[in-house]
Design a protein around this ligand. Structure first.
Ligand code: F0G
Length: 462
């Protein structure tokens, strides 16, 4: 028998390196002030470890870089498209494959075909761009997270599930004919990167079939979800991640994919569907906004790299390392008493700033205060998912978000265990003086998607 080891090593060696952005504390102080205490306004060269997102930030493999030379850049019918189409068909089982430049383009096209006033979309949780694209058509987006999904302190294996009872009752009250599709986001990024169980997916699929409503996967992190099923769901430990992923796709009638996550590329996405009529209309929108259907806003080399990435991501050595790294970060934070969304997600650890900084009320943006402190202390960049992102209004009209979280998203194959150890050490330092962190106030903010461009300042100062 092969012996099993405690340490899960990065299953790759490094061929090209990039320097990290070292700065001094006094530089960071000035940078923060100039950036209006908003890390979206800080240039990446001034960031030491960038945990802003796992989207489009993956390191490609040497094989993927080699794919760039193999790309066929023909306008129509490129060889690279047919290779890409074959890989997506084999993985998903869906007949039609439409490449797009990124996930939200797939959303805009599919929701453009199916949305409209009076329609209601149901989901375990719509990601923000999905919700925005639903609402842009005049339709409504309703989230039906599993009971307990918002109880961040309590650990459960599949907090990404949809609430099946709520799904039944919404379908009954809204009327199935007004629900163009049910969207299962796997993993559920909006609520802690938590996975959806196969059991939940099977049952949701059966409910949808009985009601004649299509089920569509938002498959951005399908491989992480599949591997978490393998690790956590009874009956799956002996099945391969690829096999589990194929079953997940088989329970839906199509998928929207942001390839910037689990296809291990820096740009790309696709729509894969079975319904001929949807595809006919989607193609029209694709040509209008993205490009000819065999390239969809991408270069031939991007299609090659995506095809290769979709194969590499299902390598179980990679997935074991990937999920272990996120878990390891979670364990480190927990050790220093930092409250996190339990359990750690597939792509990120989410710190619960409401509990970590109880002295800062939601109106003082506790999660953003922590984001700024992480940067000031050591040049780390994370993202706020709280009242800056989802709250509304200001002053007396302020309406807080349901949560005050800081997401530490791990780019794929980019950082090593020592980088993660460093992040844990920074949290150890901040945890010792958490009570001294102070609130922020909004100085300037647009009405929509304000977190990208808002400017803030320490409360009580000009
Ligand atoms: N669906 C999910 C679940 C996502 O997390 C994202 C993007 C999208 C769709 C949209 O894809 O960015 O390629 O247009 N999430 C990124 C993030 C932005 O940081 O979580 P896109």
């Amino acid at each position: 028998m092969e012996r099993s080891w405690r340490t899960i090593i990065e299953p790759f060696k490094v061929k090209a390196v990039e320097p990290l952005g070292f700065t001094t504390r006094s530089q960071r102080q000035a940078i923060l002030k100039k950036a209006g205490y908003n890390l979206f306004n800080v240039s990446a060269d001034q960031v030491l470890i960038d945990l802003l997102t796992d989207s489009g930030t993956s390191a490609m493999s040497s094989e993927q870089w080699a794919c760039l030379m193999r790309g066929d850049e023909s306008y129509a019918g490129a060889r690279s498209f047919f290779r890409f189409e074959r890989v997506v068909r084999e993985l998903t089982g869906y007949r039609h494959v439409l490449p797009v430049h990124q996930g939200r383009a797939a959303e805009r096209i599919l929701l453009g075909v199916l949305g409209g006033k009076g329609k209601v979309f149901l989901s375990n949780s719509h990601f923000d761009t999905t919700r925005a694209n639903v609402e842009a058509t005049g339709a409504r987006a309703v989230d039906l997270p599993a009971p307990g999904a918002l109880d961040f302190a309590k650990s459960a294996p599949f907090k990404g599930d949809i609430d099946l009872r709520a799904l039944e009752s919404e379908l009954r009250s809204v009327g199935a004919k007004n629900v163009p599709m049910v969207i299962m986001t796997a993993t559920n990024n909006s609520l802690g990167g938590q996975p959806v169980s196969m059991r939940n997916l099977r049952e949701a699929s059966a409910i949808c079939r009985r009601r004649g409503v299509p089920l569509i996967l938002d498959a951005a992190r399908f491989a992480e979800n599949a591997y978490l099923i393998k690790q956590r769901e009874p009956g799956f430990s002996r099945r391969s991640a690829a096999d589990i992923a194929r079953e997940m796709f088989s329970l839906a009638q199509g998928c929207m994919m942001s390839a910037k996550k689990d296809a291990l590329v820096n740009i790309g996405g696709f729509l894969a569907l079975n319904d001929d009529e949807w595809v006919r209309r989607a193609r029209e929108l694709l040509i209008l906004g993205e490009g000819f259907p065999t390239y969809g806003g991408l270069a031939g080399r991007d299609l090659e790299a995506m095809a290769r990435g979709l194969e590499e991501v299902l390598d179980e050595r990679y997935l074991a390392y990937r999920l272990r790294s996120v878990q390891y970060l979670g364990e480190g934070l927990r050790r220093h008493g930092v409250p996190i969304v339990e359990p750690p997600g597939g792509h990120a650890v989410y710190v619960d700033a409401k509990r970590f900084l109880p002295q800062i009320p939601p109106a003082g943006f506790p999660a953003q205060a922590l984001v700024c402190e992480l940067y000031l202390t050591a040049g780390l960049r994370a993202v706020e998912i709280g009242s800056l992102m989802f709250g509304r209004g200001r002053g007396a009209g302020f309406v807080p978000a349901r949560m005050e979280l800081v997401r530490l998203a791990l780019p794929r194959r980019v950082y090593t265990q020592s980088h993660v150890d460093f992040v844990i050490e920074v949290f150890e330092d901040i945890a010792e003086r958490a009570a001294s962190l102070r609130p922020l106030r909004l100085v300037e903010a647009p009405a929509a998607l304000r977190h990208f461009t808002a400017r803030l300042a320490p409360a009580g100062r000009a």
